[in-house]
Design a protein around this ligand. Structure first.
Ligand SMILES: [Zn+2]
Length: 322
């Protein structure tokens, strides 16, 4: 018999690691476990590691009656049937019935949710944003994901696929995106895009600390290198970040015009740059958006950080039980 105040097991599956945790209603994490995803090994092995991890934390929480399992995954999720349709972080995952697999193993109801949708819900419910009912969440890291809260509710769309803000097309003739289309926001403003812009500048012979940081191996430049170099005032690194900030500002302006949100929360690795990227992005957002919604919106860094997806997944199943 499940009760509303039973803890849940939440899992956030990333491309390099996954986290499984036992979480109480209200968001207190009782225990958590990190594991390498080793996504290249394919679905069967990854699922086996997930199952082992859930057994472990479930055993540790043996006095607790686990009410549900919630799994946050990047990509297209068929939330009604508990199917991972495809995921950019998980090669060869096509129509994997992860919900059924975990239910058969543990006999506990399982819910799947897109990780950025989960993070949006987590930020909204646990981020303590006073007076906010319309919140947009953007995770800017290797890719760009999004989640939409309207009037206090997660907006998932007809198929559960809403919120793909990273794939709004900014320039149809722009660079190729991982999704197969061209010129998506993600292809212009993600960590991958920042690294690409910096590499292009270096290949044109520009001098930069980035060359020393990577021992002259330009293709090894990452967004983290760019961040470090920019903190030291490197002109190429600052230019790469400013270019991304410009496009991020355009994306934010579109979001502001469509949703007129109270707040846009930015998470993901790139958000760790803080005002280095957010300040110019806000300026561009104000330049391109309509004045009234641009005046009223706040663009701020995530309060839950890397726990947003995990905590949001737990919030998601708490709703499903209530
Ligand atoms: Zn795309």
């Amino acid at each position: 018999m499940q009760r509303k105040d039973d803890p849940v097991i939440a899992i956030d599956i990333g491309g390099t690691k996954f986290i499984a945790a036992v979480i109480e209603p209200g968001g207190r994490i009782i225990s958590r476990q990190y594991c390498h995803t080793l996504a290249d090994e394919g679905p069967a092995r990854v699922i086996q590691r997930l199952v082992n991890s859930v057994h472990n934390i479930k055993n540790k929480a043996r006095n607790q009656n686990i009410g549900r399992i919630a799994v946050a995954v990047a990509g297209t999720i068929d939330i009604r049937n508990g199917v991972v349709v495809e995921s950019p972080n998980l090669p060869r995952w096509h129509n994997v019935r992860l919900g059924d697999i975990l239910f058969n193993e543990f006999g506990i109801p399982v819910s799947l949710i897109n990780d950025a949708n989960a993070a949006a819900l987590g930020e909204y419910e646990l981020g303590k944003y006073a007076g906010v009912s319309n919140l947009i969440y953007l995770t800017v890291s290797t890719g760009i994901g999004g989640g939409i809260i309207i009037n206090g509710n997660l907006y998932e769309g007809s198929s559960g696929c809403a919120g793909e803000i990273g794939h709004m097309i900014i320039d149809v003739d722009g660079p190729e995106c991982k999704c197969g289309k061209k010129g998506c926001l993600e292809a212009f403003a993600s960590g991958t895009a920042i690294a690409r812009t910096a590499k292009d500048l270096l290949k044109r012979g520009r001098k930069s600390l980035l060359t020393q940081m990577t021992d002259g191996y330009i293709d090894a430049v990452t967004a983290e290198h760019v961040t470090r170099a920019a903190r030291q005032g490197d002109i190429v690194a600052c230019e790469a970040i400013r270019t991304a900030a410009h496009y991020l500002g355009i994306g934010l302006a579109n979001v502001v015009n469509i949703f007129n949100p109270d707040v846009i929360v930015i998470g993901g690795g790139v958000s760790k740059m803080g005002n280095m990227i957010l300040k110019p992005a806000r300026i561009y957002m104000k330049k391109y958006a309509f004045k009234l919604p641009a005046r009223d919106v706040k663009v701020i860094r995530s309060r839950l950080g890397t726990d947003a997806g995990l905590l949001g997944a737990a919030c998601y199943v708490s709703h499903e039980r209530s």
